[in-house]
Ligand binder design. Sequence first.
Ligand code: CMC
Length: 385
Amino acid sequence: MESSNTQNNTYAKGLEGVIAAETEIGFVDGQEGRLVYRGYDISVLSENSNYEEISYLLNFGKLPNRKQMTEYLEQMRANSEVPQDTYDLIQTYGKKAHPMVTLRTVISNLASYDPRESDSSIENQKRIAISIIAKMPAIVGAIHRTILGKDILKSRSELSYAGSFLYYALGRNPDPVETKIMDTALMLHADHGMNASTFSALVTISTLADIYSATTSAISTLKGPLHGGANERALKMIMDIGSPEKAGPYLEAMVARKEKIMGFGHRVYKVYDPRAKILKKYASYISEKSDKKSIFETANKVEEIMINKLGEKGIFPNVDFYSGMIYYSMGLTPEIFTPIFALGRISGWTARSLEYLQNNKLFRPKALYVGERGPKTYISIQERQ
Ligand code: CMC
């Protein structure tokens, strides 16, 4: 960790190791390779639960009983209708913008239909959270259809959260196995400690801005290749490699150019990312079923070489390495992979923003000034060299 102590203030580059908030929502154990949502291990949740339950667990503090689940699903249903203007905006952005640009714009734009967006009471912000979560499957699905040049499906889906997304994105009813795999991927992406996009959301909500703004900040932050953008790039790299035999020379060349291998490494995990472990199993299954087995075999070879080379430095596959392969095998195009990350992470962003708001303190760190202190003499522009 790069840090220094200046005048009793500790400076940590990239805020590495700095604790910025208290939370009861989730915990990442980077040494043991565990991810916990409100005390439940992700491996247990991903086997037994579903995205809707996890969304409730993160946002409301405990797993819902049957009545609470029915009410939550009803609230989601009542809020799931996407305004026609949102669809128009998605079509205006069409193929010319990256789907993450379209997504952040349409989420930001939803606030313009909400006369109560700036009422920062917890109850009102919770209402906004549910409204955004409920619309995400149709919005991300519509963005996928648009970049493929296909019609948007507007008739309301009665399927699950994951199933609805697949229906809106693919234009057909998904089979139960595809739905289970997508549901698992969304559960695994729902929350992950103080990652960059969550931190962004918290900084925004700490100003008493609203959940639309916090979500827009988070989506913008997720877009980058060091965060959510890695899944799209990881798959493109595997496809570019083409076959397991070519993986060695390809990776050698990347390492020689000091390029980062997308889908590997993590700020917190120094062991195998528990999410990647679960996704690898599904990637193997679905790539074989959909005739994309060679992509999985190439990825497996990349993993083997990378672990041999960099495993002792604590660099292992992360969640982004196998997720893209799963989505691609389902017929989804790589540009939509990062919006799918957002589709899962939305519940974590809202939960953490609401939690922070209940015990709010404006984020206002300091910067270490390393410029000249002066005072310098001001020279007018006419006399300046
Ligand atoms: N490929 C090659 N070398 C790597 C990689 C990688 N993917 N990741 C880290 N390293 C090396 C890095 O070059 C450095 O080496 P040295 O000490 O010799 O200079 C050392 O490991 C530490 O790397 P760092 O970038 O300073 O460490 P960090 O904690 O800032 O890195 C990371 C975390 C995720 C930004 C980085 O591992 C990375 O860029 N990975 C590729 C992008 C990626 O897959 N991102 C998705 C992260 S998981 C999804 C999410 O939660 O957002």
